[in-house]
Ligand binder design. Structure first.
Ligand code: 4NP
Length: 163
């Protein structure tokens, strides 16, 4: 069975759909479609049903990535459906864990930037209220993190329970 990855940000219109589509691009390049599948979601409901932000789509397109999908909200059922849940920033991380009252799924939840190899960032910065350079930076950062994560995951396909 394929390993399932869920990328999570706040609105699911900028960072997490970018991560999902970048990872799908890497999966195709490496011919891993039978082994890995991806989705994305937002902790908030403001943009449910919306396509990716136009400014984010333009920045992705400039790097050869086409953004697809419609926003949806993260739900506790996602804890069961996915093997890895990757939060774009520390607030997303806390918001996801706050929905896991039992603590049973904490071992699946990780910070995206922990897998960066070329960037020192701890968070994927929220580009929503900034200029175009913020969107380009998100794509560069996510390319680094997605490559690092994919290499890590292929060595360890399912996150082990922490206890
Ligand atoms: P995302 O970006 O979490 O990367 O999708 C945002 C999208 C919308 C808002 C904030 C961040 N918002 O405040 O509406």
């Amino acid at each position: 069975m394929a390993t399932r990855i869920l990328f999570v940000c706040l609105g699911n219109i900028c960072r997490s759909p970018s991560a999902e589509n970048i990872m799908n691009h890497l999966i195709q390049q490496r011919q891993l479609s039978d082994q890995v599948s991806c989705d994305s979601a937002g902790t908030a409901s403001y943009h449910v049903g919306s396509p990716p932000d136009r400014r984010m789509a333009e920045a992705a397109k400039a790097k050869g990535i086409t953004l697809t999908g419609r926003a949806r909200q993260f739900t506790p059922a996602d804890f069961e459906r996915f093997d890895w849940i990757l939060a774009m920033d520390r607030q997303n991380y806390r918001d996801i864990l706050s929905l896991d009252q039992s603590g049973d799924y904490a071992h699946k939840v990780h910070l995206m930037c922990d897998y960066c190899r070329a960037h020192p960032d701890q968070d994927v910065p929220d580009p929503y209220y900034g200029g175009p350079e913020g969107f380009t930076y998100v794509i560069d950062l996510l390319m680094d993190a997605c490559e690092g994560f994919l290499d890590h995951m292929l060595e360890q396909p399912v996150a082990p329970p922490s206890r």
